[in-house]
Design a protein around this ligand. Structure first.
Ligand code: FAD
Ligand code: UDP
Length: 387
């Protein structure tokens, strides 16, 4: 029975956003503190950007682009494993460069295939890369990181065009952390990620979120925007996981977020490409990558679903844009957030951090631990005050 039905329109927490940040906190607070939660999302579904659903052809696809789960945190994989079984999956990506399909991250195979070489060992590949690299003394930008590691030609072939399309900025205008996500390898490991835990939720992300939120203390309302209910719901504490600038009515101006348009297509063919994702770094191709879900999910079908990603300045905010001036603007919003009692800001949009799913789960679990400690300390503080 919902709180409304009981005539108790009162909650311990109103949580805005049913993605990882909001759902993990709802689950923790309900299961560990017995808290009553109202969880709202303005989209018509839970799961945030990780939402997946079967399309008309019955293929499980990701509405907001391909999501591959990977982590080095046992805490995070153990936590999520309460809500899902896993399908082992190691993501592989090829890039179309000079009409060849070569591994990205750049590895020994990439070098051999692209330049017609026969590098046989890690050492030979390392020496080759060292001969091309242009050492940068003070590595600050996304250009510096790559040019320093592999030199300008490989930088231009694999990174410059892709990054300009994806972010609408040259790599020299972006923080080094962006392209530093992609390592350079001297071996032939062609996995996109090197994390210790790499797997997909066996029945999909949405099913995992449904299990997480399956608690009578959690009431979920989708298709509901915070601004439409903020004055009519009675709650003690707010947890906000949407864009932080929006929460404060853009008081200091808009924080830049990058968006994407997804073109989902279902094709009458069993297999479209050989790897889960193919990247298209060339500047004259308007999309950045194409992903094919059946690689990720292992689903069998005579048809297949793929997604093209077209970067865009307009649309839903998907990526915070890591660069110094944006961080400065975020800091001003963060100071406002710190001075706002009874509201906790958590998640990729509210903390303006380019975090993967596992990092958001880790951030939400850490947020819960702080709340938990505060709660345990509260009675002691009251005793001290009384004494
Ligand atoms: P979100 O998932 O964005 O959830 C926030 C929710 O808040 C949204 O559902 C939104 O509708 C809701 N909301 C916002 N404002 C309001 C409001 N005012 N009222 C009501 N509801 C509101 N990570 C990986 O680990 N691996 C990947 O392969 C990967 N691939 C990605 C691919 C793409 C194209 C994108 C965009 C991201 C990818 N990520 C990936 C990152 C991953 O999506 C995020 O780390 C994660 O989903 C962030 O969770 P969150 O809860 O912080 O935010
Ligand atoms: N990148 C690139 N070429 C590639 C792959 C990645 O230039 O073939 C750069 C680009 O700036 C991209 C960033 O590295 O935005 C991070 O890539 P990742 O695949 O991690 O992006 P995400 O999956 O988060 O969109």
């Amino acid at each position: 029975m919902s709180a409304d039905q009981r005539g108790e329109n009162r909650y311990d927490y109103l949580i805005v956003g049913a993605g990882y940040a909001g759902s993990v906190l709802a689950e923790r607070l309900a299961s560990q503190h017995g808290a009553r939660i109202l969880l709202v999302d303005r989209r018509p579904h839970i799961g945030g950007n990780a939402y997946d659903e079967p399309n008309e052809a019955g293929i499980l696809y990701h509405k907001y682009g391909p999501h591959i789960f990977h982590t080095n945190s046992e805490q995070v994989s153990d936590y999520l494993s309460q809500f899902t079984e896993w399908r082992p999956y190691e993501h592989r990506v090829r890039a179309v460069v000079r009409d060849k399909l070569v591994p990205i991250p750049i590895n020994r195979t990439t070098l051999n295939e692209l330049f017609g070489l026969d590098l046989k060992t890690d050492e030979e590949a390392a020496d080759y890369l060292a001969s091309r690299a242009e050492p940068v003394e003070d590595i600050r930008t996304s250009e510096d990181v790559v040019v320093n590691a592999v030199g300008r030609e490989l930088y231009e072939l694999f990174f410059q065009g892709y990054t300009r399309k994806q972010w609408g900025l040259d790599p020299s205008e972006l923080d080094k952390s962006v392209t530093a996500r992609i390592p350079t390898r001297t071996n032939t490991d062609d996995r996109y990620f090197a994390d210790t835990f790499q797997a997909m939720p066996a029945n999909g992300y949405t099913a995992m979120f449904e299990n997480m939120l399956d608690n009578p203390l959690i009431e979920v309302r989708t298709g509901v925007d915070f601004k439409d209910i903020r004055d009519s719901v009675d709650y003690d504490h707010l947890i906000f996981t949407g864009p932080i600038d929006e929460y404060f009515d853009f008081r200091f101006g808009k924080l830049p977020y990058r968006s994407l348009k997804f073109d989902h297509q279902t094709l009458e063919t069993e297999r479209f490409q050989d790897t889960g994702t193919v990247n298209y770094p060339a500047p004259d191709v308007p999309y950045t990558r194409i992903s094919e879900y059946k690689h990720l999910t292992g689903q069998q079908s005579p048809v297949t679903t793929i997604t093209y990603e077209y970067p865009s300045a307009e649309g839903d905010p998907y990526y915070p844009i890591p660069r110094a001036e944006n961080q400065e603007l975020f800091k001003r919003y963060e100071a406002l957030a710190d001075a706002t009692d009874n509201v906790t800001f958590v998640g990729r949009l509210a903390t303006y951090r380019y975090y993967n799913m596992d990092q958001i789960v880790g951030q939400a679990l850490a947020t819960f631990r702080r709340m938990d400690e505060k709660r345990s300390a509260a009675p002691r503080e009251a005793e001290v005050e009384a004494a």
